[in-house]
Write a protein that binds this ligand. Structure first.
Ligand code: GLN
Length: 338
């Protein structure tokens, strides 16, 4: 048999470099453009989220070589909420390996809301680690000698990504804990099917604590950039998660990270991402940069309304879609890309 000589093993159009000068000015332009967008609603299921200011807005970028850019309320702290699920999934992979995590939590997008009380009919697994049921199952896998040790291991993991000491917002944690009846129902359902360990109160507390981690938009951009940089924090040089698991983390973010908007997001933005109910979105541009947007006004699917628009624009302007084909003479050519 003869091999066809002209099969190409390398992509014909490698991603073009991003002009750093242009990036800061585009962030400023998008900030000015979307600041006036007032659509959406602040999450109000607990008072700590309901009192967020609807005007808060920030866009930050960290590159894999450690440069940081940003506009708006970069230092405004908020609780990370569902974005934590990405990183706890990474820790569960580190603790148990791919096969054992997959035996307990699937990797299928659901099309249902993030807090749906639903398990896969056949396997009794929650659909994926990005919806609440899957995240509770993932959190229940975190190793440790009792609740304090498990919390400390989780905080140490977050510290590797953010590069400074992590803090939990106690009022948010207490409110999540007292109002989290749906999450409790999911944990009981999974316990009924033997999918999680008996210590469900410990797992639920850990889940409420991870949701209550305080971050600002710069932290989120650095966390995303760490994933873009194969698990190594570009600001500190610390390996936050073994590089071999970044593939798993990003795949699940790509297909499931934006809840029941994940398909349209993959189609339009074409990048692994995760959103949270406090209004954050992280986006990973592999081998290039991490993007974070924070704006608490949420659309009907629970994603930041301004955040979605900003990410759509950034992806389009810089040709960041993973399946983008930057042809010579394409509109992404000249001014967007140096
Ligand atoms: N704390 C929230 C919950 O468990 C997190 C959900 C989210 O950010 N989408 O309901």
């Amino acid at each position: 048999m003869t091999l066809t000589p002209d099969i190409r093993l390398t992509p014909s159009f490698a991603p073009a470099p991003i002009s750093i000068d242009l990036l800061q000015s585009v962030l400023e332009e998008l900030y000015a453009q979307y600041r006036s967008l007032q659509s959406g609603k602040i999450a109000d299921y607990i008072p700590e989220l309901a009192k967020m200011n609807p005007d808060w807005f920030s866009i930050c970028v960290t590159t894999v070589d450690g440069q940081q850019f940003g506009v708006g309320d970069r230092e405004q702290q908020f609780t990370i909420q569902s974005i934590s699920k990405v990183f706890v999934h990474g820790l569960a992979l580190e603790d148990h390996g791919r096969d054992r995590v997959l035996a307990k939590v699937g990797v299928e997008p659901t099309g249902d809301a993030f807090n749906a009380i639903v398990l896969d009919e056949q396997s009794k697994r929650p659909y994926n680690p990005m919806v609440n049921a899957g995240a509770i199952a993932t959190t229940s896998l975190i190793k440790g000698n009792g609740a304090t040790d498990r919390l400390n291991r989780m905080l140490t993991m977050f510290q590797r990504y953010i590069g400074h000491e992590p803090y939990i917002d106690m009022p948010t944690f207490m409110s999540e804990r007292t109002t989290g009846h749906r999450n409790r129902a999911m944990a009981h359902l999974m316990l009924n099917f033997g999918m999680i360990d008996e210590k469900i109160d410990e797992a639920l507390d850990l889940y409420f604590q991870q949701c209550s981690l305080l971050v600002d938009c710069r932290d989120l951009a650095t966390m995303a950039a760490t994933l873009a940089n194969r698990g190594k924090n570009p600001l500190t040089g610390v390996q936050a998660v073994p590089a071999c698991y970044v593939r798993d983390i990003l795949s699940v973010m790509y297909t499931c990270g934006m809840y029941n908007f994940a398909g349209e997001w993959a189609y339009k933005v074409g990048l692994p991402a995760k959103s949270g109910v406090s209004g954050g979105i992280i986006v990973v541009v592999p081998d290039r940069l991490g993007i974070a947007v924070f704006s608490p006004l949420l659309d009907a699917r629970g994603n930041s309304a301004r955040g979605v628009r900003v990410c759509e624009e950034l992806s389009q302007r810089f040709g960041l879609h993973l399946f983008e084909c930057v042809m010579p003479g394409s509109p992404f050519g000249k001014d967007a890309i140096s």
